[in-house]
Design a protein around this ligand. Sequence first.
Ligand SMILES: [Fe+2]
Ligand SMILES: [Fe+2]
Length: 158
Amino acid sequence: MMDAISLLKDDHDAVEALLTELAESTSRAVKKRAELLEKIRVELKAHAMIEEEIFYPAFKAKGDRADDDKMYFEALEEHRAAGDLVLPDLLNTPVDSEKFSGRAKVLKELVKHHADEEEKEMFPRSKKLLSKDELAALGTRMAARKTELVKQLKSGVA
Ligand SMILES: [Fe+2]
Ligand SMILES: [Fe+2]
């Protein structure tokens, strides 16, 4: 059984490592870039979806301050910026082009900023709003949902 916050933090570390590798790769490493990009696509989408379907609603339901709502809506907008705008743009950029590195770096910075905010603000606040048992139950649900989503994303269903 995995605590929700540990699960999400592990995801952050994994995706940040992949994004660093991508941003540091050269335009000659075409195959490597394509492979990394596909891994990032699957990881980022699965992560954002388990947060949006499971973690964020649980946070929102327990939140009782204006700041909690603000955090929730900001987080959703950051997912939208990274997942609906910057990631699709990067996926449409030829991996051997001049623009690729810059766009990969922008995605990396956006994701890092968002993950840092979650880790410094939303996650500590979640630990106050949700009990250990609730966080453990959310972790279990998210782990199961993530397995399902990764499978769908890899086969192009989601
Ligand atoms: Fe997030
Ligand atoms: Fe996250």
